[in-house]
Design a binder for this molecule. Structure first.
Ligand SMILES: [Zn+2]
Length: 440
């Protein structure tokens, strides 16, 4: 009993100390903010020493460093691009950096999102990023926005900053950021990275085009690949994120050579950079032209028919009778029912883990009809009286639906019973059947 009281007392003490710590940190922040505001027209000794290697550059100087100090930048997304870009912006002494992200740190982030560490798994990404950046540079202010950017909050948040860095990975947010930046007249530094390639450009700067000038209409959802599906190498996001910081710094300094009206393509395989000239501002652009039809933000998820998150989205292409649950599949397998299980993931993913007796035929081969004959032949060879059931599985149950939609007419033509997809793919298998099956 005595020790229980003792534990409770200690826990109370710790809670009180934590509360005190939070209050002190807040106090310190307010004081620093006040102090910074009062000396935006000169550099202190810490700043002179800290930034000396860039101050001595001819394009920067003391006046340039003061411009950086007075500037504010919002980095939208604290992931693969947001980590390196905010790191270099903080290092360079941007006076106020906002970090916006709704998500928490996961193990699958750590190979590329290097502001986060193993000990920050489960923490909000904005908190983890803030802690890292404050350790790097105590002379600047870091502001966090732990929220999902939406049409309701975008203008309110973006108007607090001079320049916006798009470090997200989804089409709906790209349109949202573009339109909000046009409405608020702010430059948008846009980057993307996938697999071994990256892209970079600056929208709405110096009379250059906006995202909508180039892409008036969103692409079909099934043609969009994100890093969760397509994969990405951390060094690629590092390159593009660092370049986003560079463009941002050039805009603040008013230097020439800003990547407006041009698109930089980085091929990490060949180590080549290419610079494409983009079309100029579209005379009838819906948002940035004289007679723009869009004068306020819209519902971007509806406009793009895609979720505005970088999380894996769930397609819903098939009817219930074209699908089977992991539980139903497990039952068939346990009974030893003859069947064919096609795993449509790429060969590298198939090598990570696979269900017993599955055959690997990647989705690309199916959609391009490269190996569909093989499937049809295999099924008709194995079939005795009734047609042998064919099931399709992938990682999360999206590609498997595309495969079923593609294969069904071919099966129908051959008089075979139609293929079905396993709902939720291997992720559902781990969740519902075998918790030891690897998840990635
Ligand atoms: Zn436009």
């Amino acid at each position: 009993m005595e020790s229980e009281t003792c534990i409770a007392e200690l826990e109370n003490d710790i809670r009180a100390l934590r509360k005190q710590l939070i209050q002190k940190v807040q106090q310190l922040k307010t004081l620093k903010k006040h102090f910074q505001k009062n000396c935006i027209n000169k550099l202190n000794n810490n700043e002179i020493a800290r930034y000396s290697r860039q101050i001595i550059l001819s394009g920067i100087g003391v006046q340039g460093q003061l411009k950086l100090k007075r500037a504010s930048v919002l980095v939208v997304g604290a992931g693969g691009l947001g980590c390196p870009s905010s790191l270099y912006l903080a290092g360079a002494g941007i006076g106020r950096i906002g970090i916006l992200d709704y998500d928490e740190v996961e193990l699958t982030n750590l190979h590329r999102q290097l502001l986060h560490t193993e000990s920050s798994i489960g923490l909000a990404k904005v908190e983890s990023a803030e802690a890292f950046l404050e350790q790097l540079n105590s002379q600047i202010e870091i502001v966090t926005h732990h929220t999902q950017l939406s049409s309701d909050n975008a203008l309110r948040i973006l108007e607090l900053y001079d320049i916006i860095v798009d470090a997200t990975d989804n089409v709906a947010t790209r349109y949202l950021l573009n339109d909000a930046c046009i409405l608020l007249n702010k430059p948008l530094v846009s980057g993307s990275a996938l697999q071994l390639e990256g892209q970079l450009t600056v929208y709405n700067y110096n009379g250059g085009p906006c995202y909508r000038c180039l892409f008036p209409n969103p692409p079909p959802p099934e043609t969009v690949t994100n890093c969760g599906d397509g994969g990405v190498l951390g060094a690629i996001t590092g390159v593009i994120g660092a370049l986003q910081a560079l463009e941002t710094i050039k805009i603040i300094l008013g230097n020439e050579g800003v990547l407006s009206g041009r698109l930089l393509l980085f091929d990490g395989q060949q180590s080549t950079f290419r610079n494409l000239k983009l079309r100029s501002k579209k005379a009838d652009c819906a948002v940035c032209s004289e007679g723009a039809s869009l004068t306020k933000l819209i519902d971007y998820e509806q406009f793009c028919n895609m979720k505005a998150t970088d999380k894996d989205s769930h397609l819903s292409l098939l009817e219930p009778h074209e699908r089977i649950t992991v539980q139903e599949y497990k039952e068939l397998a346990d009974k030893g029912v003859p069947r064919m299980l096609i795993d449509v993931r790429g060969a590298n993913q198939f090598e990570i883990c696979q269900l017993p007796a599955s055959v690997n035929i990647p989705i690309d081969d199916i959609l391009k009809n490269r190996r569909t004959d093989e499937i049809l032949e295999h099924v008709s060879r194995m079939t005795t009286s009734a047609s042998m059931p064919v099931f399709i599985v992938c990682r999360r149950g999206n590609d498997s639906q595309l495969a079923v939609r593609h294969l069904s007419p071919l099966f129908q033509k051959s008089g075979m019973s139609l293929p079905r997809d396993i709902v939720g793919g291997l992720h559902a298998w781990t969740r519902g059947i075998d918790p030891d099956f690897p998840i990635y």
